[in-house]
Ligand binder design. Structure first.
Ligand code: HEC
Length: 150
């Protein structure tokens, strides 16, 4: 049920929605979202590899899950598939030609991010470490197909 809604919402956003944000702002906003996710992923990595601070890990995991669930598909508006002026994008054109595939990667990421937030609250360091690795796998899977190297 949720899956269908997410797919439909995603395809709609790619086709161009009434709530559309300008392409240059869409690029900057999605990049900021990913950068913020990355910062929080690194914090968790530091914790599981160094001194573990559960409160910090919970905050980071919740931030990642919140962004994962924020509907980033809506930031892939028409016109944002290529650079806009001096605003550069690293998205591959396939993101727009195969929106169903992109949505599947986004859903896998969201599912594992939700699980990471759940485990951060109740799990052991080893469990958090393993789940952090699973989330990282979903980042890489999407990047391999849909993000240019930068
Ligand atoms: C559904 C696909 C997808 C998933 C899942 C995904 N990314 Fe990305 N990511 C992208 C795309 C596409 C770009 C390029 C965006 C652009 O330049 O317009 C990007 C860009 C980035 C960037 C560069 C941001 C910048 O400053 O330009 C970072 C860092 C990043 N992702 C980290 C992550 C991390 C960490 C995860 C997982 C926790 C993740 N991404 C999950 C597709 C994805």
């Amino acid at each position: 049920m949720m899956k269908k809604i997410a797919l439909a919402a995603f395809a709609f956003a790619v086709a161009g929605s009434a709530l559309a944000i300008e392409p240059d702002k869409a690029i900057k906003t999605r990049q900021a979202g990913y950068a913020y996710i990355g910062w929080n992923m690194n914090k968790i990595k530091d914790n599981v590899e160094g001194t573990y601070n559960q409160a910090e890990v919970i905050k980071a995991a919740n931030a990642i899950a919140a962004i994962a669930n924020s509907g980033m598909g809506a930031l892939y508006v028409k016109g944002s598939e290529k650079d806009v002026g001096n605003v550069k994008t690293y998205v591959k054109p396939e993101f727009f030609s195969k929106p169903q595939d992109a949505a599947k990667y986004a859903q896998a990421f969201t599912k594992e991010a939700d699980e990471l937030a759940r485990i951060a609250a109740v799990g052991t360091v080893a469990e958090v470490k393993a789940q952090h690795g699973k989330v990282g796998g979903t980042c890489k899977a999407c990047h391999d197909d849909f993000k240019m190297k930068n």
